[in-house]
Design a protein around this ligand. Structure first.
Ligand code: NOJ
Length: 532
């Protein structure tokens, strides 16, 4: 599989996030599944990413679409079973794709046998696996609010106490202060590591450490989403424990932390001394939008404030946010930010469907599923132009995104100037370039509204110029350059004439020596298929 020299594969990796319910449906029940995913793995491999990450596929009552796990060591029947999972992993590995799961450590489902046991009696041996507190049934034990609204506490009549849930009442928080919880959760990691998975995205992992006193939060923070600012030092030893489990295994198994803090100075601590998370999402890129100065600041802060050896994880979209095209109100701009995110130092995460140029689906009130309105970005992927768009059988669980005539896999792969081909070209250029995968970043002076930087690894350099302005700009560079990719669709291999079109980004390489064959003949380079 892909990697540059002895560097772990994940450092400059591109990861494709799949929302399994919405990717592809093989059994015709209107909900995506693992066999459907398997049937469409060539789409992913052709795109040229290094890895897939699947949102949770564990057993779940689906109160939060799988982020409420009732059994960590099994596959939910809606997605398949352990045999289909093993088949999928083998098929992905056979195509040079790593496989990442989405581990949910902060909370289980209320239907998890651990919680069922815990809530059964104050004397349960698992009582202390969750946070139970007594008191008056009318007054929650503290002022914490759930990230989904309302108090973070639910009164349980069986034992007449409150339990804590930072998300839905169906998602009680695990008490990681209890060493038995740590051991049990470590075992769930080993279960999947033993089956050959390459790592985990770790759901709101910064929330797992808690002061057992559960003190009130300051009044000014009460109405802010707790996941957006919570940063308790007790999480760090727990992360070191989790990391030591991954380190028991060969093959650079990776941990990617969903840490919803925005300031890189606060993200820095989650890398520890290289002994906590391998990668931590840099979510601020999703807040920024179309803002040259904001991106310049963020790139500088990440370069300055993360530990020198730390690798950022860039992300423009996921299953919780409006799609990047919808947020920016422009496919052209979304493509520009994609070139930017895929040429920055670090791993980059692509949300499935963004490569088709999808916008959010318009979900009528009577078809809404999610408690906090995240359905639009979770709509099924249209594989074919014509209805039912490759989803034969029951009507899919959500309506399709708009315009499958243009924005389906069939249409996008057929049209050489499509978003799909642009993604593919950027990923191909990245895959063969040590500078883009691993190189250091130097920002270059640039005119107002323009962001320019160079990546360098050894003697190899790549330059990126992003023009946020609505008119073309002149950005002369010190040496002659050739375009590898230009979002305005100027062909790869053409000489860079110092001009970047309006709302466009270019990826350049020095004209001398000429680019490698593989960089210009982008479509011939497969994603490391068959490499060891
Ligand atoms: C973050 C996940 O991305 C989101 O989808 C989920 O609802 C919450 N964590 C709770 O698990």
């Amino acid at each position: 599989m892909t990697g540059t020299g002895s560097a772990p594969w994940w450092q400059g990796a591109s990861v494709y996030q799949i929302y399994p319910r919405s990717f592809a449906d093989a059994d015709g029940d209107g909900v995506g599944d693992l066999t459907g995913l398997d049937h469409h793995l060539d789409h992913v491999a052709d795109l040229g990413v290094d890895a897939i990450w699947m949102s949770p596929v564990f057993r779940s009552p689906m109160a939060d679409n799988g982020y409420d796990v009732s059994e960590y060591c099994d596959i939910d029947p809606v997605f398949g079973d352990l045999a289909t999972f093993d088949t999928l992993v083998a098929a992905a590995h056979g195509r040079g794709l790593r496989v990442l799961l989405d581990w949910v450590p902060n909370h289980t489902s209320a239907e998890h046998p651990w919680f069922v046991d815990s809530r059964s009696s104050r004397d349960s041996v698992r009582r202390d696996w969750y946070y139970w507190r007594g008191g008056d049934p009318a007054t929650p034990p503290n002022n914490w609010r759930s990230n989904f609204g309302g108090p973070a506490w639910t009164w349980d009549d069986t034992t007449e106490q409150w339990y804590l849930h930072l998300f839905l009442p169906q998602q009680p928080d695990l008490n990681w202060n209890n060493p038995e919880v740590q051991v049990a959760m470590h075992e769930t990691l080993r279960f999947w590591l033993d089956r050959g998975v390459d790592g985990f995205r770790m759901d709101v992992v910064h929330l797992i450490g808690k002061d057992p006193a559960l003190p009130d939060v300051p009044e000014r923070l009460v109405d802010r989403h707790i996941a957006g600012w919570y940063d308790d030092p007790r999480t760090h030893p727990l992360l070191r424990g989790i990391r030591s489990v991954l380190d028991e295994y060969p093959g650079d198994r990776v941990s990617i932390g969903e840490v919803n803090l925005r300031d890189p100075r606060r993200l820095a601590g989650y890398y520890g001394d290289g002994d906590e998370l391998h990668l931590v999402f840099t979510f601020r890129g999703m807040d920024l939008g179309w803002d040259a100065a904001g991106w310049a600041r963020l790139i500088d802060e990440v370069g300055r404030d993360l530990p020198a050896q730390a690798w950022p994880a860039w992300v423009l979209g996921n299953h919780d946010e409006k799609r990047v095209r919808t947020r920016l109100g422009s496919l052209r701009r979304a493509e520009v930010l994609t070139l930017l995110a895929l040429t920055l130092r670090g791993a980059t995460f692509i949300y499935a469907g963004d490569e088709l140029g999808l916008a959010d689906a318009d979900v009528a009130t009577d078809r809404r599923v999610d408690v906090v309105g995240r359905d639009g970005c979770r709509a099924p992927l249209p594989w074919l132009r014509e209805p039912p768009h490759g989803w034969t059988g029951a009507t899919p669980w959500l309506p399709f995104p708009p315009d499958p005539q243009q924005h389906s896999a069939e249409a996008q792969t057929a049209e050489p100037t499509s978003t799909w081909h642009l993604y593919r070209d950027i990923l191909a250029a990245r895959r063969v370039s040590p500078a883009l995968r691993l190189g250091a970043t130097t920002r270059r002076d640039a005119p107002a509204g323009v962001l320019a930087f160079q990546r360098r690894f050894g003697d190899e350099t790549r330059t990126v110029v992003v023009n946020f302005n609505d008119s073309a700009v002149n950005v002369p560079l010190s040496e002659p350059q050739v375009r590898l990719v230009d979002t305005s669709r100027a062909p790869g291999g053409t000489t860079y004439d110092d001009v970047v079109a309006a709302e466009s980004a270019v990826l350049l390489c020095p004209a001398h020596p000429p680019p490698l064959h593989g960089e210009l003949d982008l479509h011939e380079s497969a994603p490391g298929v068959g490499e060891a």
